[in-house]
Design a binder for this molecule. Structure first.
Ligand SMILES: Cc1cc2nc3c(=O)[nH]c(=O)nc-3n(C[C@H](O)[C@H](O)[C@H](O)COP(=O)(O)O)c2cc1C
Length: 349
């Protein structure tokens, strides 16, 4: 790494201290699982936890739907005792429903409440929620202040650099959010206009971290898909924690791989396809505990696009997996995969 750009830790920074989000203690250089709609349900979070994710989040939860007791929304709040520390993420466009939703979410006993000011999806952002709030900073800050007052739990924020290239306001916004009492800030290094295109720009994340006025933990997010990139995030940009999203889909062991590398500087041997299939089976078993068979089986499809990636002559099997509707069909296919490709290395970091 270029020494001139290396992050300079303040003199009084205790390099070996654990990181804390208010009273939530995390190990040094924590690795967080990003909230992801339709991915980070409780069974998936439990797998990531087992592989060493230090803090996990629910899928985003609509404040309006939560206070109307919408059944599918309430289901998103279910968590398992193994998951702690665990955060519930809320989104909404108006202060009152967000405050009410924070009160309701608090009763579900997560360790923290996270506010989503980063979702770029049209149906969310164009209605003024998620990243849409980046176009009304006074409202965003007032909403945060009111939620902070409404719950005894730590409130964190996850957002982007700004609305678009001309409005990268994250450095000032971070100060404002800290001033109204948030306990940590996650920054995804893209603007709303970028959606998921291009590369995440970590330089502004580093700038927020270097701002001497900032004292809350800064969590960096965007494109971390390898141990080397995670190390760079800590060493070059000085973030307090790294949050991983897409790279964990179908590959929850990425947390173990990165942790091992950060500690030892060496790479773990690759996980095999056989081990990966066991994880898929376990995910399915856990989903099936409270979901009917067809829906549980279909919930696996999102993983088949990324899991089992790159296997030779796999196309036909993948198509069959995507068509399966029963446990028996799925198991038959998984068994065939293990028989044929079980010892192959799974796609890894
Ligand atoms: C399928 C999918 C669903 C997502 N859902 C959410 C969400 O519910 N809340 C949120 O804050 N971000 C959500 N995100 C954004 C991620 O949390 C993360 O900020 C983004 O993917 C960048 O990190 P990565 O490069 O590690 O994936 C989602 C991303 C993906 C790919």
């Amino acid at each position: 790494m270029d020494e001139s750009t290396k992050f300079q830790r303040p003199a009084d920074y205790l390099y070996f201290c654990d990181m804390k989000i208010r009273e939530i203690k995390l190990p040094e250089q924590p690795l967080l699982l990003a909230p992801m709609e339709d991915i980070t349900d409780a069974p998936f979070r439990q797998l990531c936890k087992r592989f060493g994710a230090d803090l996990v989040f629910s899928e985003f939860v609509s404040a309006d739907a939560l206070i109307r007791n919408v059944k599918t929304t309430l289901k998103k709040l279910h968590s398992h005792p193994d998951e702690h520390p665990y955060g519930i993420q809320l989104y909404g466009k108006e202060i009152e429903p967000m405050v009410e939703a924070a009160r309701v979410a608090t009763e579900w006993e997560p360790d923290l409440i996270d506010l989503n000011f980063g979702c770029p999806v049209r149906k969310v952002a164009m209605k003024g929620a998620g990243a849409g709030l980046l176009r009304d900073i006074p409202l965003l800050v007032r909403m945060t202040a009111e939620v902070v007052k409404a719950t005894p739990l730590p409130v964190t924020v996850k957002t982007r650099l700004g609305w678009d290239d001309e409005n990268k306001i994250i450095v000032e916004l971070a100060e404002m959010l800290q001033d109204v009492g948030i306990a940590a800030l996650t920054i995804h290094g893209r603007t709303r206009a970028q959606l998921y295109s291009g590369q995440a720009d970590w330089s502004l994340i580093g700038e927020v971290k270097r701002n001497p006025r900032m004292h809350i933990p800064i969590i960096g997010n965007g494109d971390i898909d390898s141990a080397l990139k995670a190390r760079e995030a800590f060493d070059k940009y000085g973030v307090d924690a790294v949050m991983i999203g897409r790279a964990a889909i179908g590959r929850p062991w990425i947390f173990r791989e990165i942790r091992h590398f950060l500690k030892s500087g060496t790479q773990l041997p690759a996980v095999t396809v056989g081990e990966q299939v066991d994880l898929l089976r376990e995910y399915l078993r856990r989903v099936g505990l409270d979901t009917e068979e067809g829906r549980a089986v279909r919930s696996m499809r999102k993983f088949f696009a990324v899991a089992l990636k790159g296997l030779p002559d796999f196309k036909e099997t993948r198509v069959s997996l995507l068509r399966a509707n029963t446990y028996a069909e799925t198991e038959e296919l998984l068994k065939a995969i293990v028989d044929r490709w079980g010892d192959y290395p799974a796609h890894s970091a």
